[in-house]
Design a protein around this ligand. Sequence first.
Ligand SMILES: Cc1ncc(COP(=O)(O)O)c(C=O)c1O
Length: 410
Amino acid sequence: MRPFLRTQTALKCSARAARALPTCWAARPFSYSARAASALRPLDASKLEVTKNTTPKPLSKPEDLVFGKEFTDHMLTIEWNKEEGWLNPKITPYQNLSLDPATCVFHYAFECFEGLKAYKDKSGKVRLFRPDKNMARLNKSSARIALPTFDSEALIELISKFVQLEAAKIPEQRGYSLYLRPTMIGTQKTLGVGPPGSALLYVIASPVGPYYPTGFKAVSLEATDYAVRAWPGGVGDKKLGANYAPCIVPQLEASSRGHQQNLWLFGEEQYVTEVGTMNMFAAIKDKKTGQKELVTAPLDGTILEGVTRDSVLALARERLIPEGWKISERKYTITELAEASKEGRLLEAFGAGTAAIVSPIRKIAWKDETIDCGLKATEESGEIALKMKNWIEAIQYGDEEHEWSYVSSK
Ligand SMILES: Cc1ncc(COP(=O)(O)O)c(C=O)c1O
C-alpha cells in the first residue's frame, strides 16, 4: 500500500476507534519477518545438547510453594542471529544470563513470553495442555516486535524433552503443576532503535500449587475507567512484557480499595474487555426472551487470545448449547452488566486464564455502584465456572482423553 493510502486508512480507523473498536488494524497482516531469509537455519529439536545439573537443589514442600518463586534445576535456551538463524538448542543447569547493559531488551522492550503448564497424570505421564496455542501466540507476539519466529512443533518437542528431564519436580497432587515460561528477548548490543540482529529464546519452569488451595474464593473487582490496557491498532492481543508493567498501578489502586483485581473497560461506551490478566465471561439472561447467554468480548485486537478463553468457548459450544445456552463473542458494556444485575438477570461472571482456569467474580465496583454478579452470600462460584474448571482440569490431568492434552516424551 502506498504511504498516503496507508495514512488515510489509519485516519479512518482511528476516527472509528473513538466510537467502536475497529477490526481493520487487527486484521491487517504485517509483511516484515525477522526470519525472511529462507537460508537461515530453522529451529531443529534433533540438535538438542543436554548438560545436566550435577548439584540439584531440593524444592519446598508442595504446600509451601509460592507462584513463580522457585525454579527447577535446568533451563532450555536457543540463540538466534540474523546471519545463521536458530543455533543448536541447549538444556543447561539453571543459571543467570549475562547481557551487556546496552542490550536492546533493556531499552526498547524487545520481549515477549508465554505461560503454560505441565501436569502429571495418574500413571505418571507428563502432559501439556494445548501447547500449539501457546506456540502460535508466541510466534505472533515475536513477529510483531521484529523478533524471529520459529517452528512451533520443534519448540513443543524441545519443551517436551525439557519437562521429561524435570518430571521429578512436578508435584503429583491434583491442582499442582509445573508452570512453564517460554520467553524471547532481543539480545543485540545497541542503543540504535531497529530490529534486533540477535535473540534468545529460553524456557524456565516453576513448580506451582493450586490457585485456590482451599477451594474457590469469588473475587471483588474494581472497574478501571481512567486508564486503558489496550487500544485498536495497538498490541493488547500480543503477550509482550511491555503490556504488563503499566497494568500494575491500576491493580494497586484497586487493591488499595479492597478489591482483588481490576476490570479493564474501553472507550466512551465502557466496553468490558479483560479482568486483570484473565479473559472475562458473563452469564446473562435476556430481558425479553429469558434466553441464557454466556458472553465474552470478541478478539478485535485489544483482547489477549487466551488459551483458556478458547477452551471455555469450545466446551460451552459443545456442552452448554445442548442445555439451551447461547454462546456469544460480542461487545458488551458495563452498563449492560449493571442493568442485568439490577434486574436479577446477571447469573454469574468469571475470569478465565491458565493460572486459575476460572476465577469466579462476586461483585464489581463501578463509579458509585456495586454490581452484584449473581452469587449467593454462601456461594463462591456459579454453576458454569465450576463446570468449566472441572471439565478443563479433567482434560489437563488426563482423566478424560482429549486431543488438547499432549503427552510428552523423551
Ligand atoms: C492479559 C491477559 N488476558 C488473558 C490471559 C489468559 O490467557 P491464557 O488463558 O492463555 O492463560 C492472560 C494470561 O496469560 C493475560 O495476561
